[in-house]
Structure formats: structure tokens, C-alpha cells
Design a protein around this ligand. Structure first.
Ligand code: TRP
Length: 335
């Protein structure tokens, strides 16, 4: 990798649930588009994934599965660092230090925290859920990342990270870069096939609204065929046609054709014909991803090697920053 002078990009995702079309078009494709021009660190954040009730064996499986899917989706491990958060010493250590600078009130005001605590039906709210954004800030600052590509829902967390970087710098002297949040403008915002007013989500109550990257072709076709469409019969992108508009976006993202070209192509077509074409386009995108995934997912030794190499590069960078941090906060060096 010869791009060490390049800006550092960092982003992470939790290994919970299955990756879907929304993750692919909204995030993964964007990440993949940056690997040639930047030094990129992509983390699978297993330590974040235990802030809500979960099954350990499933977490381990999902961590491998997501790694394999990242690679299959174009995150070439020769060109970027793919790492597992718990392999790197320092994330939680830095989170502790940042936590000591972070007012509780600011954490309690986080939109995601408020949503999640209101929805928690078990009645149990671990302090990990409250402190989660501090760990996220540590994920970013420990690499001195320049830029953090995230979805709109994570913007507030990156802003907290910026606040903490500034606070640390003011308290202890200039140490961290204040990272930029980067919300990609391009990339389709894929909506649920069953409720196009909401984004496609693995936690959607109606699972047929969500196309997973590992769904076999017949399931993809079935889900797209049963997508809600709107009244009228025109295949047109419009506010009052959220269902059809969503399918047009998905097809445009899948084929590279513009929405306008697709509207022309399907002018006068029945919804059924259009949906079949959307399904074909999505299946064409998923086929090579699934083929590559099948090839590598069984090869644990390969996946472990990628994690080992990713951790090597990530740890090296993290160590540099952490030794500075430890010195600045007044810890006695380990000799
Ligand atoms: N909180 C993010 C999410 O749920 C995942 C995440 C953890 C993250 N650490 C990060 C994203 C650091 C960007 C940078 O989607």
C-alpha cells in the first residue's frame, strides 16, 4: 500500500444481523469507491455489538460473515485495512480516557440512546448503551482519522467525537485531528419494499421488505414482486409514488442507468413487467457477490489471515497515538 501520505478514512459497522441491499448501495459501494485514493480502515465493531442482548455464537458467525461479505462486495483487503475491533488494544482504553472528559448529559441527549432506551422491552439498560458513542469516538480518534463516512443517523455521534477531540486537545494540548463527518451524497437511499416511507432495515417487522445480500435469486424475485406499489400504473419517479420510486432507485443503482432512462424504458409497461426487470437487475448485482462469498466464507484460515493483517496495520497506527495520549494524560511509561 503506497498511499500512506493520503488522508485517512475510517468507518465501522456492527456485525449484527445480515447485510442487505440498503447497506450495499448506501454504504459498502461508497466505501469501496475510496480505497484507491485514501488509506482506509474499515472496522467490524464487535465491542459495540454487545451493548444490546445478543447470542455469542451468532456474534462470532456474523463477524466472519460480514468480513467475507465486505471482501465479496469489493473491499479488496490488498487495498484497505479490514479489522475486528476487539483485536486492537486501545479502543476501550481510549474510550475510558475520553469518557472522563464527556459529560453524562451529552450522552443522555443522544437521539439514538433515547430511541433505544424507550424501545428496550426487557427493562434492562446497560451502561454500555449510554457510553457507546464514547467508544465510537475512540474508534475514530485512535486512528487520527481525517474523515468518517457514515449515514445521517450517526452524524450526532461523530459530532460528539469532534467535541471530545477538541476537549482533549484543549485539556492536554494538541493531539487529535478533529475528524470530518462525511455523509455521501451519492448512493441510493434504499427504502423498505413493504413500507417505502422507511429505510430498508434488518429490524423491519416485515422481513419481505428487506433484500439480503445472501438471499437466493428466487427469494429476491419473490420479495421484489411483492413490493408495495402505488396507485395508478405509470412507472414514474414521484413523491406520491414512493413504492415505484424506490424500485426505480434500486434499479438505477443496480444498472447504472439514470432514473429518467428507466422511466422511458418502462413507459407503458405494467408494474409486473417492471418488477421482474428490477429483480433481474438486483440478481445480476448479487450473483458475483454471492459467488465470491461462497468461495471465501468456508476458508476460515483466509479470513483469519485478513483479520490478522488488518489488525497489524491498525494496531501499529493505534499504538503511535495511544503512546502520545498516555504521555499527555500523565501516565507513567511502561518500560
Ligand atoms: N455506531 C455505528 C453504527 O451503528 C458503528 C460505528 C462504531 C462507527 N464505531 C464507528 C461508525 C466509528 C463510524 C466510525 O452504524
Amino acid at each position: 500500500m503506497s498511499n500512506t501520505d493520503h488522508k485517512v478514512i475510517l468507518t465501522c459497522a456492527q456485525p449484527s444481523g445480515q447485510l442487505h441491499l440498503g447497506n450495499y448501495f448506501g454504504a459498502l459501494l461508497n466505501w469501496a469507491s475510496m480505497i484507491d485514493d485514501y488509506e482506509c480502515f474499515f472496522g467490524i465493531v464487535d465491542q459495540h455489538a454487545i451493548t444490546a442482548p445478543y447470542v455469542p455464537a451468532e456474534l462470532r458467525q456474523a463477524t466472519y460473515r460480514n468480513l467475507a461479505l465486505y471482501i465479496a462486495s469489493g473491499l479488496d483487503p490488498e487495498k484497505c485495512h479490514l479489522f475486528c475491533q476487539s483485536h486492537i488494544v486501545g479502543h476501550t482504553e481510549l474510550a475510558w480516557i475520553l469518557g472522563c472528559l464527556c459529560p453524562i448529559g451529552q450522552l443522555e441527549r443522544m437521539t439514538q440512546y433515547k430511541d433505544k432506551t424507550q424501545r428496550q422491552d426487557s427493562g434492562f439498560i446497560g451502561s454500555g448503551l449510554l457510553n457507546y458513542p464514547v467508544l465510537m469516538a475512540a474508534d475514530i480518534l485512535i486512528y487520527n482519522a481525517d474523515r468518517v463516512p457514515v449515514g445521517e443517523d450517526q452524524k450526532q455521534h461523530v459530532e460528539l467525537c469532534r467535541d471530545l477531540a477538541i476537549k482533549f486537545n484543549n485539556t492536554y494540548s494538541e493531539t487529535f485531528k478533529v475528524p470530518e463527518v462525511y455523509i455521501p451524497k451519492t448512493g441510493a437511499r434504499v427504502r423498505s419494499l413493504q413500507d417505502p416511507n422507511r429505510k430498508m432495515s434488518k429490524s423491519d417487522a416485515n422481513q419481505s421488505g428487506c433484500v439480503y445480500l445472501l438471499d437466493p435469486p428466487n427469494i429476491v424475485r419473490k420479495k421484489i414482486r411483492s413490493a408495495v406499489t402505488d396507485s395508478g400504473s405509470a412507472v414514474r419517479f414521484a413523491q406520491d409514488k414512493p413504492g415505484v420510486s424506490n424500485l426505480l432507485s434500486i434499479m438505477s443503482a443496480s444498472t447504472g442507468k439514470s432514473i429518467e432512462d428507466l422511466e422511458n424504458e418502462f413507459a407503458g409497461s405494467q408494474y409486473g413487467t417492471f418488477k421482474d426487470a428490477v429483480a433481474d437487475a438486483v440478481i445480476t448485482v448479487l450473483e458475483p457477490i454471492q459467488a465470491k462469498y461462497e468461495e471465501i466464507q468456508k476458508d476460515k484460515a483466509y479470513l483469519d489471515r485478513i483479520f490478522r493483517e488488518g489488525a497489524g496495520a491498525a494496531q501499529k497506527r493505534a499504538n503511535k497515538i495511544m503512546s502520545k495520549v498516555y504521555r499527555k494524560v500523565g501516565f507513567v511509561p511502561r518500560t
